[in-house]
Design a binder for this molecule. Sequence first.
Ligand SMILES: Cc1ncc(COP(=O)(O)O)c(C=O)c1O
Length: 369
Amino acid sequence: MDKLNTIFVKSDVECIPGEKREEILKNPGFGISFTDHMALVKYDRQNGWHDGQIVGHQDLNVSPAMMVFHYGQAIFEGMKAYRTPENDLVLFRPEKNAQRFNRSAIRMAMPEIDEELFIQACDKLVLTDRNWVPQIEGQSLYLRPFMIASEAHIGLRAANKYLFLIIASPVAPFFQSISDVPAISIFATDKYVRAVDGGTGMAKCAGNYAASLIAKDEAQENDCQDVLWRDAKERKYIEEMGTSNICFISRDTSGNVELTTPVLDGSLLDGITRDSILTLAKSRGYIVKEEKLIFDEIIEKISSGQITEAFSCGTAVTISPIGSIVTSATKTIVSDGKAGEITMSLRQELIDIQFGRTEDKFGWRHNIK
Ligand SMILES: Cc1ncc(COP(=O)(O)O)c(C=O)c1O
């Protein structure tokens, strides 16, 4: 496989002028502005992955017969580069993203990509666009690695040619400060489902998100900010949310903190934030349970006060407290409907690790060099 040393920077890239970049970085929003460069690696059956480059962020000149437009072979990842107080640039557990990317690729009959190449492409892009990694507290550089079927062909089969790209976008924290993190309302739809047994639920493929948009609209019509997905067969078990996993906090009869989350059974995404939170919770001595969670039982435990906190977790939001769970017939408020104490302390602990403010006791930070 042609890999690491083929990644180079093209000299004729027109960069956004420094002043304009500084202006954007004052208030980057989320996913609105893009850095000067992108990573691009090509694949075909004969040559494997080859011709890796860092080029200017630019429009793609593609055929309308490109197979991704017709048969939807498209997968992606979402990760962030952080600037530490020492001015180092770090990624958070990028090998996990690379591994999940390959699991998605296998499910979608797409070629896997060397883990090292994936991470090196991230590193090279961030280093090239290092001025785009925000200095302002809480901001980061969002990376969007993705792969698409690029062969021009009509006729259903897996494509023979693919493109792997990474684009980058500076992003503000979802919430501006620790004190203004609002608790969200989530809508448990019974009209739509996200994933079925044997389907693509565990893959981060574009089609999963296309199919979820109508449910997001439904949630918004019900004054909720996100969707709570349940299993496709019975709408009985809690699965996950739009772009995050879900956790509940309770105490056992001896007063020990319990953190409960749906078990990864193939139909939900194996979140890297979820995995990190479970590790943090265990290291605090919490009881961690990964189980099939029955929706009605969880609602009952929230109503009786046994479950005191709920939150969603994912790369974009880190942790977002959940204040209420809504269905077409009911609304259940979690405790006082505000962000819980344990939720917020887990959030702070994770953010401090990501931004290099505390010791990296689990070896999660990847220094970009
Ligand atoms: C459907 C879904 N579940 C969960 C997650 C959380 O995953 P992670 O923590 O790796 O961002 C995401 C975000 O990628 C997602 O899209």
